[in-house]
Design a protein around this ligand. Structure first.
Ligand SMILES: *Cc1c(COP(=O)(O)O)cnc(C)c1O
Length: 396
């Protein structure tokens, strides 16, 4: 039988995934497991989801042949422009889908957690659109360093709750969101922002982001006369833009997959977020996956200059693809990502998000043949990262 990298019927990719949740959430997660495929496949859902992706988010996103970047790289590079979506990144594809699902399941209240604030903004946006109350949990440290996104969420009508436990960052916000969900399992829908969390979230989010590779297929056919590239490249935090980019190609071995994780100040510097390289098997956020942890199994705080990539876990699908060597995982350090961001800006007039800049940094680490066709996903735009870019330029 041909190898498949899709999730199995128990919610696992190999040994990774599953649903490790408190008893009180069992019913709620089981309901979602039972309902999600039927709802996602139903005509009313598909019609409304497609309409909003097109008319509200601005899809399809262009597949752009980056001519000058290609010349510099030594092969043909296409950029999948998720930066052009409403709210500036791929995250809106997922939040539109999950809020429609929530509404279909009769839920009346939305919660989310956010680190950098990007998922919080994407969630607050769709809650405004659907007139649903929205509570976003965010570590106090993150609230302080991501003020513009906090203000956006508030303007959109969301309640932002600063969390003061632990290191006051993403994992603490996540714990708090899970606690809230435990208290309100019947009326509340928890919108998770990446391919993480208990089954069915990783698969559900991958499906909602799979519109990215669905579009790449017909766009490649239009531009290249074949519907697949030689390489797909994307950055991974939790792994949702990467999962969407590879979804329709993962079982097609002609297509090589390159995942860029955040090396921070260097994989072995003690300041890194390269979870696939540094992580050990463990449980985080309700799933078995690779986790950055100390000898006692306590979660280690990751570091990356990019707030969207410093998650101490990784989507179970990516842990599996790395283990099976279906994907090549490269750690891209802060400085390499920053350099790549400036290079793209000057070559193509596109300022990428710092997260996406890690994918661009990976482009320099692969030896391509001149005939290779590469599709690289620009997951978001760089407006939010201007302070970091300006500061770095001054320092060097
Ligand atoms: C959140 C974010 C990421 C990281 O999340 P994934 O789930 O790994 O895609 C990457 N790029 C941008 C622009 C983001 O906002």
């Amino acid at each position: 039988m041909k190898k498949t990298y899709q999730i199995d019927e128990n919610g696992y990719y190999g040994k990774f995934g599953g649903a490790y949740i408190p008893e009180i959430l069992h019913r709620c997660v089981a309901d979602l497991q039972a309902a999600y495929l039927t709802i996602l496949g139903s005509e009313p859902f598909k019609t409304e989801y497609r309409r909003l992706l097109r008319d509200y988010a601005g899809r399809p996103s262009p597949l752009y042949h980056a001519v000058r970047l290609s010349a510099k790289t030594g092969c043909k590079v296409y950029l999948k422009r998720e930066d052009l979506n409403h709210t500036g990144a791929h995250k809106i594809n997922n939040t539109i889908g999950q809020i429609l699902l929530a509404r279909t399941m009769g839920k009346t209240r939305i919660i989310a957690e956010t680190g950098a604030g990007q998922h919080g903004v994407a969630t607050a946006t769709v809650c405004a659109l659907m007139d649903m109350p929205c509570v976003v949990y965010m570590g106090k440290t993150d609230v302080e360093r991501q003020q513009p996104n906090v203000q956006r969420m508030q303007m959109l009508g969301a309640t932002v709750v600063p969390i003061t436990s632990g290191n006051m960052t993403l994992k603490d916000a996540t714990n708090e969101a899970i606690r809230d969900w435990c208290c309100h399992p019947s009326d509340t829908f928890y919108i998770i922002g990446s391919t993480v969390g208990p089954h069915p979230y990783p698969d559900m989010v991958a499906r909602l982001q799979s519109v990215i590779s669905e579009e790449i297929k017909w766009q490649m056919l239009e531009k290249e006369g074949r519907d697949y590239p030689d390489y797909l490249i994307a950055c991974v935090g939790g792994g949702s833009n990467a999962a969407g980019t590879i979804y329709h190609y993962v079982n097609d071995e002609r297509v090589k997959i390159v995942l860029a994780e955040a090396g921070g100040k260097g994989v072995h510097s003690g300041m890194s977020a390269a979870t696939i390289q540094l992580g050990r098997e463990g449980i985080i956020h309700g799933a078995r996956t690779l986790v950055m942890q100390n000898a006692d199994g306590q979660i280690e705080e990751p570091y990356s200059i990019s707030a969207g990539l410093d998650y101490p876990g990784i989507g179970p699908v990516h842990a599996y693809l790395a283990e099976e060597k279906r994907a090549t995982v490269l750690a891209v350090d802060d400085d390499d990502a920053l350099e790549a961001a400036f290079e793209l800006t000057r070559l193509e007039g596109i300022i990428p998000a710092l997260e996406s800049a890690h994918a661009l940094g990976a482009l320099k680490k692969v030896r391509f043949a001149p005939s290779d066709v590469v599709v690289l996903t620009v997951s978001g735009r760089g407006d939010k990262d201007m302070d970091t870019y300006i500061k770095w330029k001054k320092e060097i």
